[in-house]
Ligand binder design. Structure first.
Ligand code: ATP
Length: 371
């Protein structure tokens, strides 16, 4: 199902939870809504589900108007499935009954599915890898198994859109990774459109076709995981996704002088128009290296954390804290004077999308040494 959200705002008394949201969700697309607590993710999901009414704007599903200012079609008249953080299983029902329930009562279930409900329940149990758990009660399941049942229940009536609200956040780290793979596999198999709300950037990067980064009720950036990670348009996106250090300094075409020091030349493949104008440069901790001497940004190691396969250093530079991730062979002590350097990583392809350069290859030659 394709969904179109046009200029949607939602206010709760004095609180503006969403303002002027424009977004399209294509048929079969996996869209992650990513942002910190209170940015409006759940409110957007509730508007899509039909639990709430927009204060302004319109929502279309498959070309049909389902919500507009002050009016909405209720959830049962939209062909959607929902999965919540809290699983929301009925405590008195066996697993197979949980999955059969919506086949009986969901508005849009095809007659054929209703007639072959047992078969469909079996199919769903096998889709989520719980073939032998149909007779269990919810209290006899682990957290991960409960969430699998919730996913099977949501998918049983063949909804056109699956809404997932932080479905993995109450599970432990290992299970989260396992269920990520499961959800991806299920998406590939069913081709259902998914809107997946999360505050966990790694979940969004790992699973989504498209990420919508939100802040304070507004969309900061929409893009593929790679675009969002490698080409952040704002300070917020750079810092929230990928935990980038935001260096202040000065730009001269594609050369950045950190802290305005003209002796240091960092060739940076991409920077957004916004950040360029503000004379800022986002650089992730793994793009930096440390050494005892040489040219670079001078600082003092203030903290060091052993992380198994690498070291995480916090380096103070002119009163600011910069995070640097290094290999284990580079060891520094707290209090060491160090030099921060940008690792060599430039590729010509990165420049092809540079907003300042556009796609003009002649300009590329002026700014990048092509060898
Ligand atoms: P979290 O990740 O913590 O769940 P969120 O991004 O989902 O946060 P929302 O729950 O959508 O954020 O809330 C967005 C804003 O709207 C918040 O400031 C919240 O306090 C406010 N809000 C949400 N629901 C209501 C409500 N029913 N009445 C008043 N304010 C509300």
């Amino acid at each position: 199902m394709s969904t179109s959200i046009r200029q949607v705002s939602k206010r709760f008394n004095q609180t503006s939870a969403l303002s002027s949201i424009d977004l399209s969700i294509e048929d079969g697309e996996f869209v992650a809504i990513l942002g910190p607590s209170g940015c409006g993710k759940t409110t957007l999901l509730r508007l899509l589900a039909g639990f709430d009414t927009p204060t302004e704007g319109e929502i279309d599903m498959n070309g049909k108007l389902v919500a507009q200012k002050g009016r909405r079609i209720p959830p049962e008249q939209r062909n959607i499935g929902m999965v919540f953080q809290s699983f929301a299983l009925w405590p008195h029902m066996k697993v197979k009954e949980q999955i059969r329930f919506p086949l009986r009562y969901h508005h849009f279930v095809e007659k054929q599915l209703q007639e072959k409900a047992d078969e469909r329940v079996g199919e769903m149990l096998s889709l989520v890898g719980l073939e032998d758990f149909g007779e269990r009660m919810p209290h006899e399941l682990s957290g991960g198994q409960k969430q699998r049942v919730a996913i099977a229940r949501a998918l049983a009536p063949k909804p056109s859109l699956l809404l997932m609200d932080e479905p993995l956040s109450s599970l432990d780290a290992e299970l989260r990774m396992e269920l990520r793979n499961e959800i991806q596999r299920i998406h590939r198999k069913t081709h259902i459109s998914i809107v997946y709300v999360t505050h966990d950037q790694s979940e969004a990067l790992a699973m989504a076709d498209k990420i919508v980064v939100m802040k304070d009720g507004k969309i900061e950036q929409v893009g593929t995981p790679e675009e969002i990670y490698r080409k952040p348009k704002t300070v917020f996106v750079a810092a929230f996704v990928g935990k980038a250090n935001i260096f202040r300094g000065s730009w001269n075409n594609s050369i950045f002088h950190p802290f305005g020091d003209n002796r240091i030349h960092w060739t940076v493949p991409y920077v957004s128009e916004n950040l360029y104008k503000e004379q800022l440069c986002p650089i992730r901790p793994e793009q930096l290296g440390l050494s005892k001497q040489g040219s670079g940004v001078e600082g003092i190691v203030r903290n060091a954390q052993f992380q198994g396969k690498e070291m995480h250093y916090t380096v103070e530079v002119q009163g600011e804290l910069i995070l640097v991730h290094c290999g284990l062979f580079e060891q520094f002590k707290i209090g060491d004077k160090v030099v921060i350097q940008l690792k060599q990583q430039n590729t010509v392809n990165d420049f092809l999308f540079d907003e300042r350069l556009g796609n003009d290859r002649s300009k590329l030659r002026e700014t990048i040494p092509l060898h």
